[in-house]
Design a protein around this ligand. Structure first.
Ligand SMILES: Cc1ncc(COP(=O)(O)O)c(C=O)c1O
Length: 381
């Protein structure tokens, strides 16, 4: 009689060996493609990623080398070593004129935002949030915490309507969310206006300002609200290493707040929740030192944004001027099924809110040229 378990085992070994070869090949193919993302356009076979507002440029050699140096420590938790969460908190605090006690780290700012949703929504409080926006807090507080989330439409210029948000507050309002610059519209609130809004609203509820894209914004148009944390106002600011710093895959984000708020938030992380990933910490620490990478990312983003806007002007497509690395474009004005037409050509751009508007991330110049060429060939309405 045939030994079926042995035959199955042989088959399994053969399949496993084959799939490992496949995996190695796929990994190598990936390594080839991703060794060059800073300069090379995506190949025809790859998906052109215009949906996550990532920095299209791979981390700088300095940052890569900092990660490489710590590869050997992947077996260890990130403590009792110079690269540890406290070191990153201190580096951020130093840059922002704060103390380490004002910083709460998370696995991407997404995680910090969910902790904030728990903290301010767990007693079924009211949370005010603009619409459309990057709605992690509203979603989580609404669906996971049973909070009462009030959505306030943007004004006709796609800006957050601060007056309407203030009017929507009730006795149970715990948190007012402001995304500055706003995702998906790329619009900002002028710094002095936002500061007085935060001071006023802060007497009754915490104001959360999501500054995921603040490094891209023209300082003449808006500014960080970190000064309010220094002045111990009732605000929370979230930031990320995922966008300008080019470290989306490393998942490091943080919140800044006065000590009592930061401590309450940090408690939700639990005892070991702040032991974030070692390579991410190394990368984040090195990236804070790498001003040249930031300067060059800003410059390239501006060049690409200028080119893209000029092309859209030429195509008569309306868009909202942006202070970020993405653009809110009224693609529905010209194109039918813009997203599915692009998907057939391996391009993914996000459609926010309605099929009328698309939020398109800035990629490299070569990729944006490819996008424009493709857009010119799409079926119009
Ligand atoms: C406004 C805003 N905040 C926060 C995030 C979350 O980013 P991360 O979790 O990578 O820090 C994003 C990501 O797209 C975003 O657009």
């Amino acid at each position: 009689m045939k030994n079926t378990s042995l035959t199955n085992r042989r088959k399994w070994l053969k399949n496993t060996a084959l799939s490992s070869v496949g995996l190695v090949m796929a990994a190598n193919a990936g390594a080839f493609a991703y060794d060059h993302p800073a300069q090379e356009p995506f190949t025809e076979q790859e998906l052109l990623r215009l949906f996550s507002n990532e920095n299209p440029y791979s981390p700088s050699p300095k940052v890569k080398s900092a990660m490489q140096q710590l590869l050997y420590r992947a077996n260890r938790y990130a403590n009792y070593h110079p690269v540890n969460p406290k070191a990153l908190k201190e580096a951020i605090a130093k840059r922002e004129g704060l103390k380490a006690e004002n910083i709460v780290l998370g696995h991407g700012s997404y995680q910090v935002l969910t902790l904030i949703a728990i903290m301010y929504g767990r007693n079924k409080e009211t949370i005010i949030t603009p619409k459309p926006t990057f709605n992690v807090v509203g979603n989580y507080a609404d669906h996971q915490m049973g909070a009462n989330v009030k959505y306030i439409a943007l004004d006709k210029n796609h800006r957050m309507d601060l007056s309407a948000m203030r009017r929507a507050m009730d006795a149970k309002t715990s948190l007012v969310f402001v995304c500055n610059p706003n995702n998906p519209t790329g619009t900002v609130i002028e710094a002095e206006r936002l500061k007085s809004f935060c001071r006023e609203v802060g007497k009754k509820a915490t104001v959360l300002v999501d500054e995921a894209y603040i490094e891209y914004a023209n300082p003449a148009k808006t500014k960080t609200m970190v000064e309010l944390v220094q002045q111990k106002e009732n605000v929370l600011i979230t930031r990320t290493f995922s966008k300008m710093y080019g470290l989306a895959g490393m998942r490091i984000g943080y919140a800044m707040a006065r000590k009592d708020i930061a401590e309450r938030l940090d408690k939700l992380n639990g005892q070991f929740g702040q032991l974030i990933n070692t390579l991410g910490l190394a990368a984040a620490l090195a990236s804070l030192e790498d001003e040249q990478f930031i300067r060059s990312s800003i410059k390239k983003n501006q060049q690409v944004m200028r080119y893209f806007c000029q092309q859209l002007d030429g195509m008569n497509l309306p868009y909202v001027p942006s202070e970020t690395n993405f653009l809110y474009v009224q693609t529905g004005k010209a194109f039918k099924d813009f997203h599915s037409q692009l998907a057939k050509r391996k391009i993914k751009a996000i459609g926010k809110d309605s099929s009328e508007w698309s939020r398109i991330s800035m990629a490299t110049m070569a990729d944006m040229k490819r996008l424009i060429k493709i857009m010119k060939g799409l079926k119009t309405k």
